[in-house]
Design a protein around this ligand. Structure first.
Ligand code: URA
Length: 260
């Protein structure tokens, strides 16, 4: 862990999340044409699956919670993707919150059978708040539409990190550790049969190993009841068109797992 990176205190994370989450909620409501929000009582902890603020309490006599554990606990309280996106929009757990324009939660079919997982938002994603909308996104679109014969909205697309690293640098170990709780809950809620990590960072993170793409791709991994079929990152395919045929084999492998 890079000691120069600042880890926010628990209180800062919680206050930041509440404040930014509330701001995001209000701005979404405004976009929907809502002019005035009527007050209603805060939901009880057992308020049901849609409660956002009813976060489970940390166990009373347990060892102090780390920031990553705290994020997992907050994420576990989100009963749907919209609630989770609101919590993510308020995340200030690492320094990326200071440089992002907005969080990039992910998008697609809420019950997709296949989920692509990239590394982190880039310049265009940070501006638009949507994953894979730059050049690499164009390549991913072609994989989905021309290769798989599907539309973007049939699948789910997310990233390991929900915020853009400055200058598109690689995500740090700390950023991945903190952000993984959001992704894990996102995966639980979408509940896809097959995960397709795009590139070495995403594949290594989901498979918890530090290996080359060559060693991780070209096979189906089974982890925690899910099938993981890694393939090349679309940005790599733009630089190395000769790798497209292998990517296509990976995609066919992934689709066979869904059909089977
Ligand atoms: N690269 C990624 O890994 N994710 C994006 O959303 C865009 C580019």
């Amino acid at each position: 862990m890079d000691e120069t990176e600042r880890v926010a205190s628990y209180e800062e994370i919680e206050l930041g999340q509440l404040a930014t989450g509330l701001a995001a909620h209000l701005s979404r409501a405004r976009r929907r044409g809502v002019k005035r929000l009527a007050a209603r009582p805060a939901p009880a902890v057992s308020a049901g699956p849609r409660a956002v603020v009813a976060t489970p309490q940390a166990p009373r006599h347990a060892a102090p919670e780390g920031p990553d554990e705290r994020i997992r606990r907050l994420a576990s309280a989100a009963g749907d993707l919209e609630s989770l996106a609101t919590l993510v929009a308020g995340c200030e757990a690492c320094s990326l919150c200071q440089t992002r324009s907005q969080t990039v939660f992910g998008e697609g079919h809420p019950k997709a059978r296949v989920m692509f997982v990239g590394e982190a938002p880039g310049f265009h994603e940070d501006r638009l708040g949507r994953p894979f909308v730059g050049d690499a996104g164009g390549m991913l679109d072609r994989i989905i539409t021309k290769g798989m014969g599907l539309a973007r909205g049939d699948l789910y697309i997310a990233n390991i990190l929900k915020c853009r690293p400055p200058e598109n640098r690689d995500p740090s170990a700390l950023e991945k550790t903190l952000c993984t709780g959001w992704l894990q809950r996102q995966i639980e809620l979408v509940n896809p049969e097959v995960l397709i990590p795009l590139g070495r960072h995403a594949a290594g993170h989901l498979l918890q190993r530090d290996d080359s793409m060559g060693k991780m791709r070209a096979r189906v991994h089974h982890l925690a009841g899910r099938k993981i079929v890694p393939t090349y990152h679309p940005a790599y395919l733009l630089r190395t068109p000769s790798a497209k045929k292998d990517c296509w084999k990976d995609i066919q492998r992934a689709m066979a797992e869904v059909d089977g």
